[in-house]
Design a protein around this ligand. Structure first.
Ligand code: NAP
Ligand code: G4F
Length: 359
């Protein structure tokens, strides 16, 4: 019997971590994820693939750790001995990074450096090559210097989060060039799914829509509706991460659909799906604005398509629909043909939640 390849994922409980874990398990890997200690469990996105480690054949293992804690990162690396590391962990909310800049930069920027240093020493000592994927972001293009954005487009970050991602990007390049690490940067444009965090704009919309239909919410408060994003499907995007680490040589790749749409267009399609007019529900609240905004993102995925053979499989409209459908189902609402909705739960109470109001 051959020993399975072993991968280590930071951010395994996140949207991408969960899809990547599924993909790697399908590919036969043994998957190790780093989780943070929290007072309540937040492993919902991976519960369906988790197996009791006492059981023979279990291939998903979790380890406590944190990107702000270099000692533990080193210890986990030594214990797991992975051949691939995917660094997906981050305080990944751009608006929140303006509120908590030091923590964001520590986790996103210094966290990446801590892992790179750990790999450098481990590889030097053992002679075992560890391939490294860094979760870079189209936010690094910020005030865009070229349309569409490609690997060679200069960065112009517009938030503490984006500045930290630029730092992590260049450290990754630097460790590749200085120490010969097999280190790749994915420059991923926005990617969404039913597992998207509830305060990112797409999921905020689809979740609120389901609550509105269910009678649990009357209004949806939002910020800048004019911003444009290149939105793809998260499940497609984790495939690109994996493909990068299967190449002969390490490199950096833009992963995007090549299309851009405004928040208004997202609202049109989402509310249109259940025959509602979003203008009747959406209100402006300035606290969802950012001190500096990224107005337009649109990526050119030509290199990923040619060199990795990567293709997005879901259109923008399909993406909106699949997210709306999932949130309606989550509320116990069943979309019918023609997309009217059949409520199947008692919706007597209007209940505000923390999630409905935090940026
Ligand atoms: P996400 O859903 O917000 O997940 C972030 C993950 O990072 C969670 O597992 C979180 O753990 C973990 N984490 C946060 N702080 C940490 C820390 N200090 N130490 C260790 N782990 C920590 O993000 P995502 O959408 O899956 O994105 C994955 C990565 O890609 C992130 O680095 C993000 O910045 C980057 N990215 C995302 C997009 C996108 O559109 N989704 C685009 C470009 C780049 P908890 O569950 O405990 O919070
Ligand atoms: O959904 P968002 O919060 O995503 P954003 O800022 O583009 O960042 C996401 O994508 C990046 C890749 O480009 C990732 F690196 C990052 O980790 C994250 O996953 O906001 C999208 C747009 C912004 O222009 C924002 O101003 O939507 C606008 N928006 C308008 N109203 C809102 C809201 N965003 C949020 N979150 N909430 C609102 O109420």
């Amino acid at each position: 019997m051959t020993t399975p390849k072993r991968a280590l994922i930071t951010g395994v409980t996140g949207q991408d971590g969960s899809y990547l874990s599924e993909l790697l398990l399908e590919q036969g890997y043994e998957v190790h994820g780093i989780i943070r200690r929290t007072s309540t469990f937040n492993t919902d996105r991976i519960d369906h693939i988790y197996e009791d480690p006492h059981q023979e054949g279990a291939r998903l293992f979790l380890h406590y750790g944190d990107l702000t804690d270099g000692t533990t990162l080193r210890r986990v690396l030594e214990a797991v001995q992975p051949v691939e590391i995917y660094n997906l962990g981050a305080q990944s909310h751009v608006r929140v990074s303006f509120d908590c800049p030091e923590y964001t930069v520590d986790a996103v920027g210094m966290g990446t450096l801590r892992i790179l240093e750990a790999i450098r020493d481990y590889q030097h000592r053992t002679g075992i090559q560890v391939r490294f994927y860094q979760a870079g972001s189209s936010e690094m293009f910020g005030l865009v210097q070229e349309v569409p954005q490609r690997e060679t487009t200069p960065f112009y970050p517009r938030s503490p989060y984006a500045c930290a991602k630029v730092y992590a990007h260049w450290q990754t390049v630097n460790y590749r060039e200085s120490y010969g690490l097999f280190a790749c940067n994915g420059i991923l444009f926005n990617h969404e799914s039913p597992r998207r965090g509830e305060t990112f704009v797409t999921r905020k919309i689809t979740r609120a829509l389901a609550r509105i239909v269910a009678g649990q919410q009357k209004k949806l408060y939002m910020g800048n509706l004019d911003a444009k994003r290149d939105w793809g499907y998260a499940k497609d995007y984790v495939k690109a991460m994996w493909l990068m680490l299967q190449q002969e040589a390490p490199d950096d790749y833009v992963v995007a659909t090549g299309e851009t749409h405004s928040i208004r267009e997202f609202l049109d399609i989402a509310f249109g799906y259940v025959n509602l007019n979003w203008q009747d529900y959406v209100e402006f609240d300035e606290r969802y604005l950012r001190p500096a905004e990224v107005d337009l993102l649109i990526g050119d995925p030509a290199k990923a398509k040619t060199q990795l053979g990567w293709e997005p499989s879901v259109t923008f409209e399909q993406l909106v629909h699949l997210m709306v459908e999932a949130d309606l189902k989550g509320m116990g609402l069943v979309p019918l043909n023609g997309h009217s909705v059949q409520p199947v739960i008692d919706t007597a109470t209007l209940r505000p939640t923390v999630l409905s109001s935090l940026p």
